[in-house]
Ligand binder design. Sequence first.
Ligand code: 3HC
Length: 293
Amino acid sequence: MAREFNTVGVVGLGTMGAGIAEVLARTGLTVKVVDIDDAGLARGLGHLQHSTERAVARGKLDAAAKAELLGRISTSTSIADLADCDLVIEAIPEHVELKSRLFAEIDKILGPDAILASNTSSLSITEIGVHTGRPGKVVGLHFFNPTQVLKLVEVVRTVVTEPDVITDVVAFVERLGKSPVVIGDRAGFIANALLFPYLNHAVKMLEARYATREDLDAAMRYGCGYPMGPLALLDLIGLDTAYEILDTMYHQSRNRLHAPAPLLKQMITAGLLGRKTGRGFYTYDGPDSPNVV
Ligand code: 3HC
């Protein structure tokens, strides 16, 4: 019989975790979010407030529905509060040791049939899953930013994931109003494996002064119909996140298309991480600064 997912936990309330929590609450599920400390929770709740206010302002949600949605989300700094979850989705920073340790801890407190999922964009689900006593019930659930808007969720299976777990998780993703695709455990899965060499190439073209940031972005928006150009998209993703994804893919594949453009590292060192720090390839918190090269 198919599993029912009624209570779902989210660990890590950054941009992705908060977006995932919102999507779950919108579906009417009971959501339990855990972050490392009160400051992390406050930042995450700020994301949730901002996003739901935006939905109210656009007439997509009324004030009562917004209050109801937020009321379905409870917060904690202790993973012990996830004990009655049917599914837990982890969305903490991309460090395999950190994730493995967390999975081992959550595994001990969850019921035997509960599923553990990681929102990792490029780390190995197999490697994380072996730290639990239930590797057959560990999957990847990779959402896309902005989570509230983008429909794709990559469902990642390992060589030991139980087939019924995949069937149930795919049905669950559809219940969220999203479009699942199922993929094996390899760095970048489908979308990032195709997207990041392209984004990286755009940075290399800018670095070589091949074209300006505006023209690079305009070419892909107006020539290919992409909603954003590659440099604007990197600012949305976060240059630090993009670097980590490329670096992981490069270490796994040794494909030079994945070797992060040196300019990315320089911008990260200078604190130009994109929208989250107010400046990346473009400026978001003041008058626009010139091209970085
Ligand atoms: N949070 C919540 N909702 C948002 C949002 C956000 N951050 N940004 C936009 N929206 C909503 C708006 O409220 C609006 O909703 P409505 O249609 O219901 O009123 C809708 O999205 C459209 O927004 P806008 O009209 O403001 O702007 P656009 O039409 O230009 O869309 C965009 C903005 C959705 C960001 C679009 O430009 C887009 O899809 N860009 C590409 C994003 C992309 O490729 N993401 C993937 C990144 S890779 C990734 O996430 C993988 C990871 O591993 C790194």
